[in-house]
Every structure is written in structure tokens, then in C-alpha cells.
Design a protein around this ligand. Structure first.
Ligand code: PGA
Length: 251
């Protein structure tokens, strides 16, 4: 059985005070979350604070991005997977649609980041998803398939078992417009089926999260779908009560 994972993507939000308050709130309520594993992904600068606040807690944490290169060197502004691992990160989000669209990250570049995170011993959370135009053009599976193929071609299908996939339809992110459970399940099943065609064991193991306006009131029906193994939560992860409620909705 795949354990549900509910991960919070704080994006460019937070302050030291807000991080402390949010983490204290999560620690106070985590005992009521029985089935899901919970994780937070703050900004790089908030990671040390969050790491120390979470010491001894079952709540995991990760970064929102990672450098595509391994090791150290002259890469101004970058943070390596090894550095993140040293701080206790479990995860590194790669290929979030905001990075793809606002910062021009290509499928190949995202695949390099996936590889670098994995090499550092992090679990990459690989985000995939189509824009509204692509959905309306009927090419959702083509787009998501291409995004997955970039990683499979670089690292092999087995590599996916070391990470997590997050299906995030771009039109549902931060818009309040969630994919219906049926729409989400359809794409999740496509993703799992595509992986199963190459390696059934990997397909059975890999967690596929849904992301895009997941909230306490729609989380349970989304996560009740057979191929939806949790959520990657933006806005609703910034309030302890909402984020915990989503964790509880995982069962
Ligand atoms: P949202 O963001 O929950 O605010 O829609 C999700 C994400 O971008 O990961």
C-alpha cells in the first residue's frame, strides 16, 4: 500500500515569525493525522529554522527547487542537493509549473534537477501538468507524457521509484478552480499506466500527488480516488488548521 503524502509548498511566502507559528501549529495537531505523512517545503532561507523546529517531529521537510548540478562550484545563486540533504531535507520539488513557465525551465532541465536531487539522496517531487490551452486542445496526456519521458530517458523508469510525482494542472493552481476528482483520477491513471507499461513494480510503488487548489473541503474526495496518493498544497498549506485538515482527509 502506498502511504498518502500531503506536502505543503509555501512558495515565496513566510517570515521567521510566520514559519515558527505555522510549524508550532502543525506540531500541535499532527497527532490527529493518522494515515498521511506530512511535509513542508519552505523557502531556502527558512529551511534552517524549519529544520530546527521540526527536530524530533514526524513532519518532514524539503526545498522548492534544487540546482541541476552536483557538487560545489561557481554557480552563483544555486543551492545543491547535498547542501539540502545536510540540512535534513527529505524532498526537493522539481519542475513546478511556476518554474517552468516563469523561469523557462525545460523538460530536460527539470530532468537534470530530478537526477541531481536523487543523486544527493533527496526524494524529488516531480511536478507535471498541462495548461488550460493544452487541456482544451486535448493534449493533456501528450504534455504530461513528454514531461515524464524527459526523466525516464535521462534516469530510467526505476528512478521514479525514488521520487514522488505531483500532477498539477496549471489551470487549477492558485485559481480556486480544482480539477474534479474524475478529471484528476483520469490523468493519474494515465501516469501510472504509462509507468506500468515500462515497469509494473515502479508503477505500483510511486506516489502520485494531486496539486491545484486542494482545500479541506475537496481533499477527501480527491484522495479517495485509487490513483491519488495525497496532495501538493500551496495556499492551504500556509494555515496550520487547513493543512492539518487536508492531512486528516487522507484517511
Ligand atoms: P495551490 O498551489 O494549492 O495554491 O493551488 C498548488 C501548487 O502550486 O503546488
Amino acid at each position: 500500500m502506498r502511504q498518502p503524502l500531503v506536502a505543503g509548498n509555501w512558495k515565496m511566502n513566510g517570515s521567521r515569525a510566520m514559519a515558527k507559528e505555522l510549524i508550532e501549529g502543525l506540531k500541535a495537531g499532527i497527532g490527529e493525522v493518522s494515515k498521511a505523512r506530512m511535509a513542508v517545503c519552505p523557502t531556502f532561507v527558512h529551511l534552517p529554522e524549519v529544520a530546527s523546529l521540526l527536530e524530533g517531529s514526524s513532519i518532514q521537510f524539503g526545498s522548492q527547487d534544487v540546482c541541476d548540478r552536483v557538487g560545489t562550484g561557481a554557480f552563483t545563486g544555486e543551492v545543491s542537493g547535498e547542501m539540502l540533504k545536510e540540512f535534513g531535507c527529505t524532498y526537493a520539488i522539481v519542475g513546478h509549473s511556476e518554474r517552468r513557465s516563469l523561469y523557462g525551465e525545460s523538460d530536460e532541465f527539470v530532468a537534470q534537477k530530478f537526477a541531481a536531487a536523487r543523486q544527493a539522496g533527496l526524494k524529488p517531487i516531480l511536478c507535471v501538468g498541462e495548461t488550460l490551452e493544452e487541456r482544451e486542445g486535448g493534449i493533456t496526456e501528450e504534455v504530461v507524457g513528454r514531461q515524464l519521458d524527459a526523466v525516464i530517458e535521462l534516469e530510467g523508469v526505476e528512478a521514479l521509484a525514488d521520487g514522488v510525482i505531483a500532477y498539477e494542472p496549471v489551470w487549477a493552481i492558485g485559481t480556486g478552480r480544482t480539477a474534479t476528482p474524475e478529471q484528476a483520477q483520469e490523468t493519474h491513471a494515465f501516469i501510472r499506466g504509462k509507468i506500468a507499461a515500462l515497469d509494473a513494480e515502479v508503477a505500483g510503488k510511486v506516489q502520485i500527488l494531486y496539486g491545484g487548489s486542494m482545500k479541506p473541503d475537496n481533499a477527501a474526495e480527491l484522495m479517495a480516488k485509487p490513483d491519488i496518493d495525497g496532495g501538493l498544497i500551496g495556499g492551504a498549506s500556509l494555515k496550520a488548521a487547513d493543512f492539518l485538515a487536508i492531512g486528516k482527509a487522507a484517511g
